[in-house]
Design a protein. Sequence first.
Length: 218
Amino acid sequence: MKVGTDAILLGSWVRVKDDDIVLDIGTGCGILSLMMAQKSDAKIDAIDIDHASINQAQDNINQTKWHNRICLYHTSVQEYARKSNKKYSFIITNPPYFHHALSPATKRKELAKHGNSLSFESLIDAVDQLLEKSGTFNLILPKESSERFKKMSSEKGLYLKREMMVSPKINKAVNRMMMCFSRKDACIPVSESIAILDTMKAYTESFKNLCQEFYIDM
């Protein structure tokens, strides 16, 4: 599983605290769990429905100094929510969202990239069960899906607290939304924007300032 810009953006943007109990839904190669461990002293649980992804994440995590703070579970979030009595103060996910795309050739890629196994409704229901009263839920979605997700979340009592509109390049339309939800209605959420590349196709200063902690050469 490759490390994508979406995961780097989300992991850089979120505000995880040292005393948080973190759940990473659909961990893939483990990138978001590792970023949360680098940013804080939080305890982290990570789940993924794909066995090969769990094995890869475990290999990656074992090579870091944070391996004692990250626990991996091979399960779907739906099953995890049904069986777990644990509550989390911080939930993060870079979920599958290509609901209308053609299915890829392999089942593994389908699980990782498509929403067939994790609908918005299923994700929100699971988060509602797993998130503690004062916790936050953080994710990144395509712009065209974000308004529907906000509406569905608010109907479940999860309200937008912060958002970051992401453009691939200066003067290009927003194509990604990073969002932070909580159970407290903020009425007017904090809204910001960022462009990844400038007109010369170099990283913008805003992007570098946000993500520099996780890049060696920036």
